[in-house]
Design a protein around this ligand. Structure first.
Ligand code: ZN
Length: 160
């Protein structure tokens, strides 16, 4: 069975940045299962996996546009330290949940200078080239429930 729309695919993967540092990987012996064609993986990786079969190994380099998107400078903001008064001990690298209007999003503290804190609402991997090593571990048909939810329900298709 080769990978196409609406199949549940399991992959072992390692993600490295430009410097070759490992950013993320599937735990040993525990491949990541995802529903193909539903935007559950970054777009470039889904595209490269289409048509592959169990046992296939691939190395994929993705531009930011095919990964987590370009870095959007408009999502970088400076806020006065007092605006974060609910947060104790603000540090660079800290992830904060920010509510603006109705939407919640996560921002990362990137700089602290005097009373101004710079927060970045971009995905931490936005603007980065991504290097994936992937091995296809399994391909199966999705269940009706998985398709209606748009995501995978565990290795055997049961909800948990
Ligand atoms: Zn569900």
């Amino acid at each position: 069975m080769s990978i196409s729309q609406d199949q549940v695919v399991s992959i072992h993967y390692t993600l490295r940045d430009e410097a070759g540092e490992i950013i993320d990987s599937s735990p040993a012996g525990e491949p990541l299962a995802y529903l193909h064609g539903h935007g559950n993986l970054v777009p470039g990786l889904e595209r490269e996996l289409a048509g592959r079969s169990v046992g296939d190994k691939l190395t994929v380099t993705l531009s930011p546009a095919d990964g987590y998107g370009e870095h959007d400078p408009k999502l970088v903001q400076q806020v006065p330290r007092r605006a974060l008064k609910g947060v104790g001990n603000v540090r660079v690298g800290m992830r904060l949940s920010a509510s603006s209007g109705r939407s919640d999003r996560t921002v990362t503290v990137t700089r602290i200078a005097a009373d101004l804190v710079t927060v970045d609402g971009n995905h931490p991997l936005a603007g980065k080239k991504l290097h994936f090593e992937v091995e296809v571990a399994g391909v199966r048909a999705a269940t009706e429930t998985e398709l209606s939810h748009g995501h995978v329900h565990g290795p055997d298709g049961h909800d948990h």
